[in-house]
Design a binder for this molecule. Structure first.
Ligand code: RTP
Length: 152
């Protein structure tokens, strides 16, 4: 796969939607240069969230996490571009906003790990799994003239 085609799944969690942060968060990824391939407000079912967080099912905080993620709509989107997964995670900041570097989304907009505003895939494999899970009908595919200016 060409590096420029790497994709990641990003979500603004219910607290971020409630606080009106969707536009700000999407804007950061757009202005960095990533192409938006899908964008949808989703009211996730428990089944979807159990699949999404399959690695965390045994964690003590899992029931709280499920309730948090079901407390309102989630703004789910897909970014594409060079380094989408790693840069995506870097832009979100450390999971616990108390440890997030200044300038990251979580440092700029959050204080608690249980209300950390956003999600980003942690590997190319989980990105592809999460994109298929949240966007079962598929995502857009299109060319952008700006890519000729953005990449060397
Ligand atoms: P995410 O999946 O949301 O991007 O977060 P992550 O990979 O950085 O962190 P992960 O360990 O996968 O945890 C998923 C989400 O669970 C909540 N959490 N709460 N101790 C706690 O109360 C706790 N630990 C994790 C956070 O919302 C975290 O983003």
């Amino acid at each position: 796969m060409a590096a420029n085609l790497e994709r990641s799944f990003i979500a603004v969690k219910p607290d971020g939607v409630e606080r009106g942060l969707v536009g700000e968060i999407v804007r950061r990824f757009e202005t960095r240069g990533f192409k938006i391939l899908a964008l949808q407000l989703v009211q996730p079912s428990e089944e979807l969230l159990r699949e999404h967080y399959q690695d965390l099912a045994s964690k003590p905080f899992f029931p709280k996490l499920l309730a948090y993620m079901r407390s309102g709509p989630v703004a789910a989107f897909v970014i594409q571009g060079k380094g989408a997964v790693k840069i995506g995670r870097d832009m979100l900041g450390a999971t616990n906003p108390q440890d997030s570097a200044p300038g990251t989304i979580r440092a700029d907009f959050a204080l608690d790990i249980g209300k950390n505003v956003c999600h980003g895939s942690d590997s190319v494999e989980s990105a592809e799994r999460e994109i298929a899970l949240w966007f079962p009908a598929g995502v857009a595919s299109y060319t952008r003239a700006v890519d000729a200016v953005l990449y060397e």
